[in-house]
Ligand binder design. Structure first.
Ligand code: TTP
Ligand code: MG
Length: 365
């Protein structure tokens, strides 16, 4: 093996405004319009959330996870549609199949996102550019969708790169550009550094990836444990994790922040029911069963607690999930604090064949 073969070329791809673009790809009249996929806004009284918004709608400040009522206030004239999971799953499969032809290895990370190891498919970074153009045009031609792509020597940098010029973006970071590319970015751009770590880092005076990279690693370990070493490595452009072929979804979750903190448990239980519904829809469309049911509760003071319970058997039943979630919530009834957010999560997932799914439906009925 020559030493140059140790340098890898990784491509990260993420579809643009996926659910909204999917709707637009099958309905001409939705093209180039502010389009919101999510709950029914019920003229501002709807309680669900925005799943995603077209880039035209994002100009109004609308984004994933936002209460649908708030989106409605920002843009009442937008087009609001309910999700069509089946369509998204179909398009996702189509895209992943197209991508397979361009990579030595492909790792699907979510419904609209994948890593490709293209090391042996290209001779140099000029080749990478032409390969990307071919990927983009194949996806556009076969599905009508656009995507954003990042190319870099490792997965974490490729992921950051794909997100930096959206939509229809292409960002290439050559090995000798990694440090200068990363240095000015906010530390939160690193996938895995969420709002909580971001705040803790800010307390240490660390705002950018560059500041993180030059911080003493032993200090980071003292504050964050082994995550400290992990984030320091990533900030220094060191990420040896491989593109792993098998797509294993680890969990599926949905959550909702109440518009006003809630003390009425009726609302909480009803919301847990709606979220269980959303989660089992995604679960079934992906052809999964779950064995662990979990909830997340955030109180008015932002304290966040999770609880989970592993069942005896795998299932994809909404009723089972809902019942478990309701049971898990019981311990919080006497807490006294108001509730800001609840979430539902399933994990310990297992893929089932379509036949097994039919059988399961038959047993349940
Ligand atoms: P994302 O790739 O995060 O978002 P996106 O494709 O809509 O927009 P972009 O990548 O251009 O920023 O998620 C992919 C799909 O997953 C998204 O279309 C809808 C769904 N989704 C949710 O259901 N809830 C969420 O909170 C998020 C972020 C996404
Ligand atoms: Mg996307």
């Amino acid at each position: 093996m020559s030493s140059s073969s140790l340098i890898r070329t990784i491509l990260h791809i993420d579809l643009d405004a996926f659910y909204a673009s999917a709707e637009q790809s099958v309905n001409q009249s939705l093209k180039n319009k502010p389009l919101i996929v999510g709950a029914d806004p019920k003229e501002g009284k709807g309680r669900g959330v925005v799943l995603t918004a077209s880039y035209e709608a994002r100009k109004y400040g609308i984004h994933s996870g936002q209460p649908i009522s708030q989106a409605y206030r920002l843009c009442p004239d937008a087009i609001y549609v309910r999700p069509n999971w089946h369509l998204y799953e179909q398009l996702s499969v189509k895209v992943m199949n197209i991508l397979k032809a361009f990579a030595d290895k492909l790792e699907q990370v979510s419904i609209d996102e994948a890593f490709l190891d293209i090391t042996n498919k290209i001779a140099d970074y000029d080749d990478a550019t032409s390969l990307t153009k071919a990927v983009k045009s194949a996806i556009k031609r076969e599905t009508g969708l656009t995507c954003s792509i990042g190319i870099a020597p490792n997965k974490s940098v490729a992921k950051i790169a794909s997100d930096i010029q959206k939509p229809d973006g292409l960002t290439i970071v050559k090995p000798d550009q990694v440090s200068s590319f990363l240095a000015p970015l906010p530390a939160s751009k690193i996938s895995g550094i969420g709002p909580k770590s971001q705040k803790l880092l800010a307390d240490l005076g660390i705002k950018t990836v560059g500041e993180l990279a030059s911080y003493p690693v032993n200090e980071l370990v003292r504050h964050f444990g082994k995550n400290g070493a992990w984030m320091w490595n990533i900030a220094n452009g060191i990420d040896r994790s491989e593109v792993v072929e098998q797509y294993e979804r680890k969990s599926i979750s949905a959550e909702r922040t109440f518009e006003e903190d809630v003390s009425d448990f009726g609302i909480v239980y009803k919301t847990l029911g709606l979220l269980s519904d959303d989660v089992t829809n995604v679960l079934r469309n992906g052809g999964f069963l779950f064995k662990t049911a979990g909830i997340k509760v955030r109180f008015e003071d932002f304290t966040t607690i999770t609880r989970e319970k592993t069942l005896k058997d795998y299932t994809d039943s909404q009723q089972v999930l809902n019942k478990r979630c309701q049971e898990l919530f019981k311990e919080f009834e006497n807490d006294g604090r108001k509730i800001r957010l609840v979430g539902v999560r399933v994990s310990s997932l297992k893929k089932v064949s379509p036949m097994q799914k039919d059988l399961l439906a038959w047993i349940e009925n």
